[in-house]
Design a protein around this ligand. Structure first.
Ligand code: NAD
Length: 497
């Protein structure tokens, strides 16, 4: 069934999706692309067209950055007291809250995300905006410096127009993680959402206008990566750039920013490990890891995709994991019984299936074969969960698959577990599972990545820096006080006494 004909769709969502090509948002106005080009965004659960969207190109991006620069210097936004800016940002969070069900349906349809998870993403956006808005009240605009024979101090001020490029897996949630600290500090933003999932970000840009955020403070330029994305990354009017996506594109963005000497924050991919010791509650740990690898159909940068299991429980663990994952209910994302929805596109499905094939060709054992699956009545991009096992010297254990595929390997002792966990080019997030908390702490601190979780996976409390190192990212991550401080420039003032 075509998504827009579903009876359970809110009338506001129907109207939003069927109102002609969706616009960009530049300078507070809904805009078509200068050349009138459009692109299609599809419902991954059916493969059907959800909406046409105007495809912004270099001249549109130039207008958007111009609008953000103008709003920074002329709208008064940057000079508002943090508490006054906070009133407007809390109004934005209130508006998102009031439109939560609408945004959650839009997000679920556009991403193929199970509806309940989409609601969680919208709530996370609200929480992130409120968190950074309130934190900004406590950032000292001026700090005295203790210096011999001089009076010295430093002042903080926002930078100016900041660019953001986001991937397709968590459009609204990641937009919150990115833009909330920038806006709370008084910057203006230009957002390039992913072409597969632009709908919630455009909706957000339109809501910002309604709550009275000055025109040009939040601009949205939907479009293709190689045109809109590349133009934004290369724009000399930006003061800061933030990119979330693949290492390959991250490198291109960093190269463009380097030419303009624009500082860039990169939040990239991952190949996380879950290290499971023999003293765990085995059924519960299997349950938790099964939920993690099927969460948003495994399209999660920090997922546990390498399951390293203590040899004494390895065989039992593998059997229990295969049994549990074999029962996952794959289905349309809006159906209440669905536990795992589709992957985002046919291209992504082919990528996942390709890795399964190449992994097995290189000698991995298919404990659970995975593969494509039909969901009756829906023609979307569905795959089953898969479990591979064998040596980590395998393409499926080395490279990011971005699907519901876990790779199992046994380890003998703590030292080998840490060595295997660190046998990767990535460094985003790992977890360790044991009832011995001393061992958990040792392993958690020895794994080389931005985040280590103990007896849990995928934890993002506001206040804990979240980000990657090595091939997983550069620039200190998101979600903490440091992220907010990054969005202030600092000027030191000194005079001799
Ligand atoms: P991607 O790199 O293909 O695309 C990301 C964004 O970059 C999209 O908006 C795309 O349009 C744009 N883009 C593409 N080519 C561009 C170019 N030449 N110049 C500028 N922009 C361009 O990534 P994806 O497939 O959308 O997302 C999956 C990747 O994102 C995975 O590697 C995943 O691990 C990563 N990711 C990381 C985090 C994190 O927080 N570290 C979070 C989510 C996703």
């Amino acid at each position: 069934m075509i998504a827009t004909q579903r009876k359970d769709l809110l009338p506001e969502v129907q109207a939003y999706l069927s109102g002609g090509p969706l616009p960009g948002v530049i300078g507070g106005r809904r805009v078509a692309s200068a050349r009138g080009a459009t692109f299609t965004t599809r419902d991954p659960g059916t493969g059907e067209t959800l909406a046409e969207v105007y495809a912004m190109e270099a001249e549109d991006v130039d207008r958007a950055v111009g609008a953000a620069m103008e709003a920074f210097t002329r709208s008064g936004w940057a000079r508002l007291a943090p508490s006054d800016r906070g009133v407007l940002l809390h109004r934005l969070a209130d508006a998102v809250e009031a439109h939560k069900k609408i945004l959650a349906q839009i997000e679920a349809l556009d991403c193929g995300k199970v509806y309940g998870q989409a609601e969680g993403d919208v709530q996370n956006f609200i929480d992130t905006v409120r968190y950074f808005t309130d934190m900004a009240l406590h950032v000292e605009p001026r700090s005295a410096l203790a210096v011999a024979r001089h009076e010295a101090w430093s002042v903080r001020a926002p930078w100016g127009a900041c660019g953001f490029i986001f991937p397709w897996n968590f459009p609204l949630l990641l937009a919150g993680w990115g833009i909330a600290p920038a806006l709370a500090a008084g910057n203006t933003v230009v957002i390039k959402p992913a072409e597969d999932t632009p709908l919630s970000t455009i909706y957000l840009g339109l809501l910002a206008k309604q709550v009275g955020i000055p025109d040009g403070v939040i601009n949205v330029v939907p479009g293709l990566g190689e045109s809109a994305g590349a133009a934004l990354a290369a724009h000399p009017g930006l003061k800061r750039m933030s990119f979330t996506g693949s290492p390959e594109v991250g490198r291109l963005v960093a190269e463009s920013c380097a030419r303009n000497l624009v500082p860039v924050k990169l939040e990239l991919g991952g190949k996380g490990a879950a290290v499971v010791f023999d003293d765990v509650d085995l059924p519960q740990t299997v349950e938790n890891l099964a939920r993690a690898i099927t969460f948003h159909t495994g399209q999660v940068c920090c997922d546990a995709t390498r399951w390293l299991v203590h040899r004494p429980i390895y065989d039992r663990f593998v059997a229990a994991a295969a049994e549990r994952l074999g029962k996952v209910v794959v289905g349309y994302q809006m159906e209440p019984a669905t536990q795992m929805g589709p992957v985002v596109s046919d291209k992504q499905r082919r990528r996942v299936l390709g890795y399964l094939e190449r992994g097995c060709a290189e000698g991995a054992e298919a404990v659970l074969a995975g593969g494509p699956v039909e969901v009756a009545g829906y023609g979307g991009f569905y795959v089953k969960p898969a479990l591979l096992a064998g040596s980590l010297d395998n393409v499926a254990a080395r490279e990011e698959i971005f699907g519901p595929v876990a790779y199992l390997t046994p380890f003998a002792d703590e030292e080998e577990a840490v060595r295997l966990a660190n046998q990767t080019d990535y460094g985003l997030a790992n977890s360790v599972w044991s009832s011995d908390l001393g061992r958990c702490r040792r392993v958690a601190e020895s794994m080389v990545a931005g985040n280590s979780w103990i007896n849990a996976h995928n934890l993002f409390p506001h206040g804990v820096p979240y980000g990657g190192m090595n091939k997983s990212g550069v620039g200190g991550g998101v979600l903490s006080i440091h992220t907010l401080l990054d969005y202030f420039r600092s000027t030191s003032v000194v005079r001799p006494l």
